[in-house]
Write a protein that binds this ligand. Structure first.
Ligand SMILES: NC(=O)c1ccc[n+]([C@@H]2O[C@H](COP(=O)([O-])OP(=O)(O)OC[C@H]3O[C@@H](n4cnc5c(N)ncnc54)[C@H](OP(=O)(O)O)[C@@H]3O)[C@@H](O)[C@H]2O)c1
Length: 264
């Protein structure tokens, strides 16, 4: 067992749990965060048994300033850290005025403040280790998300922030990646009241991928020195089109679609 250490936020389910598995399989010990204690404990037990990983749990809500500060202090006090994955995230359904301000603030706190603050706290150790920084954005970082109003804009921040940090420190050995998944089969959509059995498609332009596929692709992209990672031919094509076609075409297409978030 190596003494490398990875910290993953939002490891309870989905992409975060898949990262916990992938890092443990590679011999890392783990610090895992989330709010659902029972699920986190079950995951920690499974990873300890399967990979002999030492797993420490830090329970907390990243939209709570005290919990975020406690996790920041934990990171600052670590003697070493080899990988940080800022994965915790979610979407609120609604246009700007449909949602009460505290819910907007919470989303900004989890996506923007927590990602930035935890990256800042971890940076000295990550640089010492020539380590890995993965911040989970979304293909929505390239799209306006009219019916989930802060989702696209906050994920655009996460992607741009990560690419900026990655460029700034790439000659110091930091491997920074903005993970930009499209639809991925996790708890994300069921939390929004969407039926996963009918929502996730297994083919076509909106096909969904598994969290394990998304995570495996991200490690390949880190090895290639890329700053962002998009899993699947369909989402690679979508991003290519959004970036290369006139933006007015995208606005026209999204304006015609019933939901600009392609959800329910
Ligand atoms: N699934 C997709 O289609 C998709 C596509 C693009 C991007 N993403 C992004 O991928 C990331 C992971 O989501 P997922 O798809 O794996 O969904 P998920 O299964 O719902 O996982 C989300 C994780 O974030 C944690 N989390 C959410 N709010 C939190 C808060 N306030 N404080 C602390 N932890 C919090 C959850 O833990 P607890 O509930 O235990 O707190 C959970 O572990 C998110 O950033 C999401 O935006 C997902």
């Amino acid at each position: 067992m190596s003494d490398r250490l990875a910290l993953i936020t939002g490891a309870t389910s989905g992409i975060g749990a898949a990262y916990a598995d992938a890092f443990a399989r590679q011999g890392y010990n783990l610090i895992l965060t989330g709010r659902r204690e029972k699920e986190l404990k079950q995951l920690a037990e499974r990873l300890s048994q399967a990979y002999a990983a030492e797993v420490t749990l830090k329970l907390g809500d990243l939209s709570d300033p005290d919990d975020l500060q406690a996790l920041t202090d934990t990171i600052t006090q670590l003697p070493a850290l080899d990988a940080l994955v800022n994965n915790a995230g979610y979407a609120e359904d609604g246009r700007l005025g449909d949602i009460e301000w505290p819910k907007h603030q919470a989303l900004l706190d989890v996506h923007v403040t927590a990602t930035t603050k935890l990256t800042h706290a971890a940076l000295p150790n990550l640089l010492k280790a020539k380590g890995i920084l993965i911040n989970v954005a979304s293909v929505a970082s390239w799209l306006p998300t009219a019916d989930s109003v802060l989702y696209g804009p906050t994920k655009a921040y996460v992607r741009s922030f990560t690419e900026s940090v990655g460029l700034a420190y790439r000659h110091d050995g930091l491997k920074a990646l903005a993970l930009c998944p499209g639809f991925t089969i996790t708890d994300f959509h069921s939390r929004m009241g969407i039926d996963p059995d009918t929502f996730y498609k297994d083919k076509g332009f909106t096909r969904a991928w598994t969290a394990e596929q998304v995570v495996a692709q991200s490690f390949k992209d880190i090895d290639k020195g890329r700053l962002n990672s998009v899993q699947g031919w369909n989402y690679k094509l979508l991003v290519f089109l959004v970036r290369h076609l006139p933006v007015t075409w995208m606005f026209a297409a999204l304006g015609r679609s019933k939901s600009a978030r392609f959800t329910k």
